[in-house]
Design a protein. Sequence first.
Length: 338
Amino acid sequence: MGLNEFGIDLGTCNTLIYRKDKGVVLNEPSVIATETYGAKKYICAGRDARDMIGRTPDTVTVTSPIQNGVIADFEKTVMMLKEYIRRCRTGFGSVSAVVSIPCRATPVEKRAVADAVRAAGVKKVPFVVEKPIAAALGSGLSIFEPRGRMVVDIGGGTTEISVLSMGGIVSVTSTTCAGKKFDRDIIAYVRKTHSVLIGERTAEEVKLSIGSVFDDGHVNFMTVSGRDLVRGLPVNVALSTDDIRDVLSESGRFLVDQIKQTLEKIPPEMAADIIDSGITLVGGGSMLPGWEELLSKETGVACIHSASPLESVVTGVGNAFRYRDQIKHGVQHENILS
């Protein structure tokens, strides 16, 4: 990788950019603020835009242009990427990039990602790499030998449960039960139980502060503010760890079942490999406390987090250049994307 050769992980919640000479050089929310009317000009992106959610006048629109891991608004994705690439590039040399894509992305969705990156100022996209491959590479797993490895990537919009061997994907299960779903579960609970409406940002703060999927005996409390649906007035609501764990239990159980089903589909030799090597957890959603304990208890297989769950995919994308010839099924080359 040269001076302006990047690895890009375009995620539902966050966009990350990796550069070989510096590592991860950008980690920003996948959010953009634009003018609502007229030319819909760019205002800001990233944390500044995220802080505007729920707080803007009619003249400003805040958008998450990536939904469930794929591009939902092409024009605003390009605007956002232009800003992020501008922050990361050095000098006036041309820019090339490898980009991650969800495993179940259609050919049209794959081309849309490559086209958006090119439109944002990247001269060349030599290939894109599917996220399970990137996550494994970024976690330091040896996936090029005939030995099964399991990676569970719990992201913002999707969860991908994959088994890899010899540089390719043997089995994969993809679901939209992920970080955003956890937030919606919390919003629905507060609305049903307390008749109070809270925003997505508040729900995310609750999840990060007192959320858990496994009972470790500790109880914490948090007070949040929302709008009383009966009186229409601002009100405070007290929530506990036990409350939120119960809220997240249904989605947690669903993901456990999906992992079990994936394990049931693979050959017994690979199942034996995974018992030896364990299940590797990556993605922001995997950092919710209790996943290791819950999955180990339910599957009987040891579960460990990647050294850097949030950055595993983009690190793997950035390092994919050196493994291009070894990756069999995780790479889509430029002629497919053109």
